[in-house]
Design a protein around this ligand. Structure first.
Ligand SMILES: Cc1cc2nc3c(=O)[nH]c(=O)nc-3n(C[C@H](O)[C@H](O)[C@H](O)COP(=O)(O)OP(=O)(O)OC[C@H]3O[C@@H](n4cnc5c(N)ncnc54)[C@H](O)[C@@H]3O)c2cc1C
Length: 376
């Protein structure tokens, strides 16, 4: 079959750009999303902490995050349940470590104020001498957000095919011909292909002969645990400035993680043996939280570019292949802005001035002088 735009990958990146493209074009017809797995969002997009933090990340990420939060709050106001809601973020530690972990302008609080807010840290006054609070951080429900994009895309006429891994690519005149690992084996032709393949994006790019973006998947393990003493739902997410372990309240009790970043091949990552026990031991050693059980534990891959800024733009050599990858630990918090930037670049060749020139440049694929000069 032939389609106008094929999108490889149905995580938050692929589905959000599908729904945004459909909205900008006035129809989703001619857009086909190809997902390798039996369902959408089975990899990193179902394994996150679901937090959107406007003070977390390099400057281009902060701008994308501010825009995305505003968009999700506004879009959610028309829905039965919000897409995002307030969920403050606290970085705690020594003054030096806290300053190194945060952006200027956040509310600073003393150790005493921190212990009022987070009594579970009280036993460690030498370590937690100060904190910075980001009161503009929000939480999302990743499953609901993915479903919202999926439903908007489907309602507009986008086709989403699961069990359809792209295994081979060749040039067929002005089009790309994608071979699918589906039964029966099939090919799809498209002039424009969006590479939103998450941890696999560089491997997929190689099928097109695209310029490698140095994308590195990094493992991170997390768990939902039950607690002896429940944390109130309004309790902030807490991040340790020195070692990066974190926790936040959850309906189950708490979500906890060591915040590690261990290089990996693209794969269906699973926790190492003993990792969850080690994680629980750290949280119990450093806080007075008492963990009574593990509801669920998982490992996900955060895939980063060397610059720590996502890549969103046309590949400089593989004409018609568009990168939307390298979101690292920011894939949800930047999703709305990245989807809009990607849709504008795909359809109009440029991003509007709602995004600063510096951020537009930072998103450009490596190997290209700038977005507007990139040949299609
Ligand atoms: C523990 C953890 C905590 C996190 N916390 C946060 C957070 O609080 N806030 C935040 O913003 N971000 C967070 N992140 C990061 C966020 O989850 C990711 O940035 C985001 O999910 C990436 O989405 P994606 O769509 O690019 O990738 P994925 O969800 O992995 O989607 C890529 C899809 O491409 C498909 N695919 C790959 N190759 C092919 C192929 N050849 N053919 C067809 N399909 C293919 C895959 O099957 C997959 O479904 C966290 C990540 C982890 C691991």
């Amino acid at each position: 079959m032939t389609t106008e735009i094929a999108i490889i990958g149905a995580g938050i990146a692929g589905l959000s750009v599908a729904s945004e493209l459909a909205e900008h074009r006035g129809t989703g017809e001619g857009i086909l999303v190809l997902e390798a797995e039996r369902d959408v969002a089975m990899h990193t997009s179902s394994r996150s902490a679901q937090q959107l933090i406007p003070s977390y990340g390099p400057e281009p990420v902060l701008e994308l995050t501010r825009w995305s939060i505003a968009r999700l709050l506004e879009a959610g106001s028309d829905l039965a349940a919000p897409l995002a809601w307030p969920s403050p973020f606290v970085v705690a530690g020594s003054p030096e470590d806290v300053a190194a972990m945060t952006v200027p302008g956040l509310k600073e609080i003393s150790g005493g104020e921190l212990f009022e807010l987070c009594p579970e840290l009280r036993g460690n006054p030498q370590r937690f001498r100060t904190a910075a609070v980001d009161e503009s951080a929000v939480r999302t429900d990743a499953t609901a957000l993915v479903a919202w994009h999926r439903e908007r895309a489907l309602a507009a006429g986008v086709e989403i095919r699961t069990n359809s891994r792209v295994t081979n690519v060749r040039r067929a005149g002005d089009l790309w011909e994608l071979t699918l690992d589906a039964a029966p084996q099939e090919t799809v032709r498209a002039a424009t292909v969006v590479n939103a393949a998450g941890a696999w994006a560089d491997e997929v790019g190689a099928l097109f002969g695209a310029v490698p973006q140095g994308l590195q998947p990094l493992r991170r393990t997390a768990a939902l645990v039950s607690l002896a003493e429940p944390m109130p739902p309004e309790h902030p997410m807490v991040d340790d400035a020195a070692e990066d372990w974190y926790y936040r309240p959850d309906a189950a009790g708490a979500m906890i993680s060591l915040g590690e970043a261990e290089p990996s091949e693209p794969c269906d990552a699973q926790p190492h043996e003993g990792a969850v026990a080690g994680l629980i031991a750290t949280i119990e050693r450093e806080t007075s939280l008492r963990i009574t059980g593990v509801v669920k534990a998982w490992t996900g891959l955060r895939t980063e570019r060397p610059s720590d800024v996502p890549v969103c733009g046309w590949d400089p050599v593989a004409a018609g292949m568009f990168w939307l990858a390298g979101q690292g630990g920011y894939g949800f918090q930047t999703s709305a802005a990245l989807a809009r930037a990607a849709a504008e670049l795909v359809l109009r060749g440029e991003v509007g001035d709602w995004l600063s020139p510096a951020t537009r440049d930072a998103l450009a694929p490596d190997g290209s002088p700038d977005q507007s000069a990139t040949p299609r």
